[in-house]
Design a protein around this ligand. Structure first.
Ligand code: FAD
Length: 343
């Protein structure tokens, strides 16, 4: 039976594995981290569950919704509440009329990638970084950092642009196409995000789930209430996820966590007009140097590696830094590579 290797266990890679579940190929997925999910990542503390990378997954496309419902099933939860906008003065208005449901699970957004992987039936190797690729006629050999080798008939790289560049740079694949792909991937610009989580031992009653900056003029870019996700925050408590404006993060590349958290606390207190928010009882902070790509690469270039049994997936391949877009590239990569290796 033909085998397809998938490198990367974010939503693009796990969706690719899921896309191959009913095919006549075997799939093996390699994920460098301890857990699946990539930037769909969740932490737990003191009875709270919080998504500190991607906040949720949403999309209006029919195939997306069908696949999400099939793969995640009853574990899928809808985030309650709307998203409003605010301006540079912090004035909140009704904002976007976007009614598409926003999904997570009780276990956080990580549960979505985990469900795709579970339902795929693929062999999953976490804690396994692929360090080298070797092209040979009719397939690829992958070598992991731990010395494991796997020869596959088709390969899906489901990595962020910079990791794709690093793997290609070191690959034994003497083609001009490799250089073209590396140059294109290197040019994809990413926005950084400082994500600060603030916990309060009291309930915060507001008529919305989240606030998003409409003009990037405030030090806060995004603020959301994790208690709007079923089962994420115990009753009588609140947990805010505050993402700073990417310009602030760019201008303060060496800011200490304490400084970042102070800016986030002050921003939250200002936006929600509540001085109690200056004083959370615990906080958490993650700096994402490359959080979200601003655009992608030429779609024609995405197709070319297929002649070498290689498909690319990930949000930067879609040109949209969104979970649903990454998921769709994974499903598409699975379709294309399946056709290729079975041809
Ligand atoms: C702070 C933040 C907020 C966001 N908010 C939203 C939001 O609200 N809504 C939304 O739709 N999107 C949001 N996004 C964007 C969303 O998270 C991404 O678009 C999506 O998760 C990208 O998925 P991916 O599979 O393409 O890449 P990733 O999730 O980055 O997955 C790539 C995986 O590859 C693994 N890997 C890397 N190198 C190797 C290697 N050599 N070998 C094996 N594995 C490797 C990594 O460990 C990782 O797990 C946000 C992102 C961030 C960071």
């Amino acid at each position: 039976m033909a085998t397809v290797g998938i490198v990367g266990g974010g939503i693009a890679g796990t969706a690719a594995a899921y896309g191959l579940r009913d095919s006549s190929v075997d799939a093996v997925l390699f994920e460098a981290g301890e857990a699946l999910g990539g930037r769909m990542v969740t932490r737990e503390r003191d009875g709270c569950v919080y998504d500190y990378g991607a906040n949720f997954i949403k999309g209006a496309d029919d195939r997306f919704r069908t696949v999400l419902a099939e793969a995640v099933g009853e574990d899928l939860d809808t985030v309650e509440g709307t998203i409003r906008v605010f301006d540079s003065e912090g004035t909140i208005s009704a904002g976007r009329n976007d009614q598409a449901p926003k999904y997570t699970t009780r276990d956080g957004v990580r549960g979505i990638a985990a469900a795709f992987a579970r339902e795929s039936g693929a062999t999953i190797a976490t804690d396994t970084r692929v360090g080298h690729l070797d092209r040979h006629v009719g397939g690829w050999t992958l070598s992991t950092a731990g010395g494991r080798e796997e020869t596959v008939d088709g390969l899906i790289l489901a990595l962020p642009a910079s990791e794709t560049t690093s793997l290609l740079a070191d690959a034994d694949w003497g083609q001009q196409l490799r250089d073209d792909l590396m140059v294109a991937a290197e040019r994809v610009p990413y926005r950084p995000v400082d994500s600060v989580v603030c916990h309060y031992p009291f309930e915060l009653d507001r008529p919305f789930y989240a606030l998003v900056s409409e003009d990037d003029g405030h030090q806060v870019g995004w603020l959301s209430r994790e208690e709007c996700k079923p089962g994420h925050v115990p009753d009588g408590e609140s947990l805010l996820v505050v993402q700073l404006n990417p310009d602030w993060t760019r201008q303060h590349p060496n800011a200490e966590t304490e400084t970042v958290e102070t800016v986030a606390r002050e921003g939250a207190s200002d936006l929600l007009d509540d001085e109690r928010l200056l004083d959370p009882d615990w906080t958490d902070h993650a700096r994402w140097a490359s959080a979200v790509p601003n655009h992608g690469i030429d779609p024609g270039l995405v197709e070319r590696p297929l002649s070498y049994d290689l498909a690319l997936a990930g949000d930067w391949v879609a040109g949209t830094g969104r979970t649903y877009a990454a998921l769709q590239t994974g499903l598409e990569a699975a379709d294309k590579i399946e056709n290729r290796v079975l041809a």
